[in-house]
Write a protein that binds this ligand. Structure first.
Ligand code: SF4
Length: 371
């Protein structure tokens, strides 16, 4: 725990906050982070309250569960209702599909099981050789290598994957190219970057002249990252910095990258709250297609039209870094973590969930603004 003291040291935090104030230009500055864990740190420790009023930190599409389209949840429910054992991470269990969630399907008798990792799902297949087992493989580049490792190790014949993995740089490129989210810098995700390194972000900085910093998950990490972004802005630089040097190398984890390349190819797919984003999702390579649940069970809802959000839910705008969760009229009223109406309120990685939970945080800045 000693290391955490260092990264939560009040005196150090105050010094960095002062340095941030000095560097902040006299105009609105907007940084976007792309990581549910960053939002948890920012809300839990009241980081926004330490920043000048014209410096804003928005959450982007950093929660893989929130970004999974309702149609992909529908696919997993369809497979469960056809009699497959469907395994999934706990986060995914209550996320709404078009009409229901996997949790609803389980209540109605489907065999849906929560697992801690894909190896538990493979074990379930080995223990149930007469049943078809489908694992919902979800997550960014952080979890995709664990899926790839199992694929390359060899899967049981009765096991298949509903691959819902998404890739981070393509969605960041989308945000920049669309121009909808006018942003001055990215706080890049620490866990994803441990796998991919810093190099995949470099074309974005070059092309869009946007500063980026890969940050860790403690208050001091996030504040230093903000300071580095401001320094780049002040000096007219747009580079990819690494604040999270205790975990991230420029080249990333090359072995994990190799496994991902051998197991998957990248494909164009829609994200919840986004249109189709080129090369932003993973699919099993043709040599593994007998373990691809969509092909094995001839199921593909990607062209189905479905509402990703209930009426009034602003999750799409939250995920695109356009509004704070508190700007949704249903925030913490009709929609709560116990009764979520949108995906961003379901999981701890979701921005709405993170913003609803820290009731002890007295200083969320937009609450001040509304006073
Ligand atoms: Fe959607 Fe609930 Fe967030 Fe509103 S508060 S945007 S309804 S998840």
């Amino acid at each position: 725990m000693e290391i955490y003291k260092k990264y939560r040291d009040k005196k150090l935090v105050t010094q960095i906050a002062d340095a941030i104030r000095e560097l902040t230009p006299n105009r609105r500055v907007k940084f976007v982070h792309i990581c549910g864990s960053h939002e948890q740190t920012i809300t839990r420790f009241g980081i926004r309250s330490l920043l000048p009023n014209n410096l804003e930190i928005f959450s982007g599409p950093g929660c893989p569960v929130c970004c999974t389209p309702a149609t992909e949840i529908d696919e997993s429910i369809e497979l469960a209702e056809r009699g497959c054992i469907v395994t999934t991470f706990g986060d995914m269990f209550c996320v709404p599909g078009t009409k229901k969630s996997l949790s609803d399907a389980k209540t109605n008798g489907a065999d849906v099981r929560i697992v801690y990792g894909i190896s538990d799902a493979v074990k379930a297949a080995r223990n149930n050789p007469k049943r078809e087992v489908v694992h919902v493989a979800i997550g960014f580049e952080t979890t995709a290598p664990t899926t790839a490792a199992e694929v390359l190790r060899g899967l049981p014949e009765n096991f298949s994957l509903l691959v819902c993995h998404r890739l981070m740089p393509p969605v960041m490129q989308f945000l920049l190219a669309s121009g909808e989210t006018a942003l001055d810098g990215f706080i890049c995700p620490g866990h994803v970057s441990t796998i991919i390194g810093s190099k995949p972000y470099e074309p974005l900085s070059r092309r869009y002249k946007v500063p980026q910093v890969i940050a860790g998950f403690e208050p001091v990490d996030v504040l230093i990252a903000i300071w580095i972004l401001l320094k780049q802005l002040r000096e007219g630089r747009s580079e990819v910095g690494i604040e999270y040097t205790r975990s991230v190398r420029p080249e990333g984890n090359v072995q994990a990258q190799r496994m991902m390349r051998e197991a998957f190819e990248s494909v164009d797919k829609r994200w919840r709250g986004f249109p189709v984003i080129p090369k932003s999702a993973l699919e099993l390579r043709p040599e593994f297609e007998r373990h691809d649940a969509r092909k094995r069970f001839a199921i593909d809802f990607s062209r189905e039209t479905s509402a990703d959000f209930v009426k009034g839910c602003r999750c799409g705008e939250v995920l695109r870094g356009l509004v704070y969760p508190q700007e949704c009229p249903m925030f913490d009223k009709a929609c709560t973590p116990e009764h979520p109406l949108g995906p961003c309120a379901v999981t701890a990685e979701g921005a709405c969930n993170a913003a609803m939970k820290p009731k002890f945080d007295p200083v969320l800045r937009f609450k001040k603004k509304g006073d």
